[in-house]
Design a protein around this ligand. Sequence first.
Ligand SMILES: CC(C)(COP(=O)(O)OP(=O)(O)OC[C@H]1O[C@@H](n2cnc3c(N)ncnc32)[C@H](O)[C@@H]1OP(=O)(O)O)[C@@H](O)C(=O)NCCC(=O)NCCS
Length: 327
Amino acid sequence: MGNVGILGVGSYVPEKTVTNFDMEKILDTSDEWIRTRTGIIERRFADDKQTTSDLAAIAAKRAIEDAGISPEDIGLIIVGTNSPDMRYPATACLVQDKIGAKNAAAFDLQAGCPGWIFATTVGAQFVKTGMYKYVLTIGAEVITRMMDKTDRYTYVLFGDGAGATVLGNVEEGGFKSFELYADGSLAEYLTLPAGGSRLPFSQEVLDKRLHYTKMNGREVFKFSVREIGRISKNVMDKAGLKPDDIRWFIPHQANIRIIDAGMKRLGIPKEKVVVTIDKYGNSSAASIPIALDEIYREGKLKKGDNVLMVSFGAGMTSGAFVVEWSK
Ligand SMILES: CC(C)(COP(=O)(O)OP(=O)(O)OC[C@H]1O[C@@H](n2cnc3c(N)ncnc32)[C@H](O)[C@@H]1OP(=O)(O)O)[C@@H](O)C(=O)NCCC(=O)NCCS
């Protein structure tokens, strides 16, 4: 059994750009507040007719093309998302149909913003065991529809998008270490309370706007800064690598202050850190594969580069891995 690596990558962000100045028109907020507190300048919003599976399917087709295989070759599709098209069926099944991956099994994986990190970690195990030759892992969100337009605290933070990767065996390089983590005792810090078995939809839910995301920003911030440092160090230790051995750090794009604080703790220079939050805001499970695709398409990613990707989010969860780029 060979090593497992990333054979193809692709992403998609919707056309519609919403700037902080646009936010000023609908909320009691300012460009200055959003920029200095979060690093966000603008974000993308899906078109009214676009769903998460639409975004995911575009990113997936690009990744499959990049891998040089056809959709029928895919054995398994895992979609990491917090904004599925519907409560069920799984968005992954809708993606399977849209891209014509008729031989693939498909399921969603709900792990907060690290959804794509979790999906990719799970997918890699299936390749490693030989159960599937090619696994498609996707982080896709129309997360802005889960946000309350009247809540300045959350609405300004998020954006939509999708990123996808094809996993398979590689001769050189590939994944060197993984780590996944959850602490459910902190679950209440970031929730979308209604629409599940705990609080089914009702008039009261709508009146209290419980069908939208609720967040304790300060607690999420503290958890995120702690986890970004802790779990990144763990995956470097497991891989026998030091920060100097890592060429690119791709952290989840939630807040530039979280990224800066986390990277400072690890002693990582800014030139090695990929930042897209200024353009896309927090696109939840899509943020890392979009950022990966961007540096890949810009030609910054070279064969042999060690890349560390790390994420944190609702659950609370965190996850990270190191992959040696093999393309
Ligand atoms: C949300 C977040 C940006 C808030 O930043 P903060 O520095 O913690 O801000 P505070 O919560 O202390 O609020 C400071 C003030 O700004 C106000 N404020 C909040 N949102 C605002 C906005 N969009 N525009 C203007 N003012 C705002 C608050 O009401 C508060 O005012 P007050 O002092 O008069 O009460 C920050 O906590 C954060 O990024 N947390 C992590 C969130 C996250 O990453 N979530 C996703 C995880 S995957």
